[in-house]
Each structure stands twice: as structure tokens, then as C-alpha cells.
Design a protein around this ligand. Sequence first.
Ligand SMILES: [Zn+2]
Length: 253
Amino acid sequence: VTDAAATYAAAGPIVRSAFPTAIPASDYIAWTVSALDEYGLTPERTLPILVTCRDEVLSDLKALVGGAWGLTFSGTSLGGAFTMGRTGFQAAWRHIPEAELPLRLAVFIFPHIGVDRDGTIGSIHRQGRANASQACGAIISMHQEFKSGATDLSFDSSDPEMSLLRQGVAPYLLGRPVPDLVALTEIVRDVAVMDLLKTGVANAGEVADLALFSGILINGPDETSWVLPDLANLRHHDDSELVTLVPPNSGGS
Ligand SMILES: [Zn+2]
């Protein structure tokens, strides 16, 4: 048993008490490679795009995606909002060699949430800091604003990414109570997916095979990283049929 395996074995029950279907992020990312292989989306021919938060605790996720899929186009923005827009998305897929049509893209959309060693959701113990801190800080900050009723939805050019995060989520909170942090993080995830489909598929859909993986990245105890899978599918450039991929489950391991 390696150190990493022992660390994950110890953290697993704590993470799964909050998120029963969570699986180690390394298992999930390894699965994405095998899931797409039969459709010709190999790491050699596919550009990965990672949409997640700026927080340094996501360096593990970034390394996993980069290790499995190669040099990764960055879609980081506070909270994990999809802010690269049409221009950013076009920049990504125009980097793929034209000789290799269709273009192949694998987009990973993973906002994050902490679970600390006490099982507290929204909290992590960061290396070198005695006290727990927040994750995701941006989503928690937005959550507190919505709960206080003092949310400013105007675009603040001195705080562009937070402005876009709030503006994206706000329409989904109209006429309903402010959801808990987990549900709000799910909304952030789903808004990013919708923004990707609006800007990305509309612009690259005819020339690209686009794989989409979404979920929530859980920063667990002892710097472990877990995935709570949501969407996993593939849009073929010449086929309107969506291919649904089935992520591994936690399997009680
Ligand atoms: Zn964050």
C-alpha cells in the first residue's frame, strides 16, 4: 500500500459521508482517457480545456488533466465560471493542427468545494496553515452576499470575474430561497456548462468532436482530490446524437 493509497483510504469515509458518490480524481481522469479512446479522441489528437477556479488547491486537478491529456488550455476564473467566451474558445480550437480534422476537444468543467478533516463542507485545512479556510472562497463569498440580500449585479471592472460569476448565477435564484453551498456550487457548474454550449458548440460544433466532462472537484482532507461526476458526453461533428459516457462509481473502494 503506497502512501497515497493510505491517504485516500483514510480520507475516503470522511469525503463520502458528505458526498457518497465521490471518487478519487486520479481514477476519474484516467477513466476519461479510456472512455474516449474508442471514439478516436486520444491524448495525442485532443486538446484539453480545463474550466475551474483559480485556487492553488486545484493544482492537483490541473496536474492530473495535464498528465493524462497533455498541454491544457486554461479556462480558470474565480469560482470556475466560463469566462473565456467565444474568443477564448476559438483560440483553443484554432490551436489544433488543421491536418487533423475533425478537431477534437475535451472540456472539463469542475468548480470546487472543500471537505475538511472534521467533515465540514466548504472548509479545508491548507498546508502550512493551522486554521481551516474556505473553499471555494469565491462561491462562499457569493453565497453570503445572496443570503444577506445585498448582491450587486452590476459589472465592476475592478472585479470582473466575481461580477461574471454573480451575473451568471443570479437568474437561477430568482423566486426561490437561496440554496445551500453544495446546491449553489452545482448551479455554478451548470451555468458554466450552458455558457460553454452557447459559445463553444455554436462556434465549433460543425468541425469539432467535443467531449464534455462536468462535476464538482472536492478538496478533501490531507490534500486529497475527489470528483463528484455529473455530465459526461461526446458530441460528434457529423452526428446530432449525443454519446453518453458513464463514469465509474465509487464502488465502495
Ligand atoms: Zn475557488
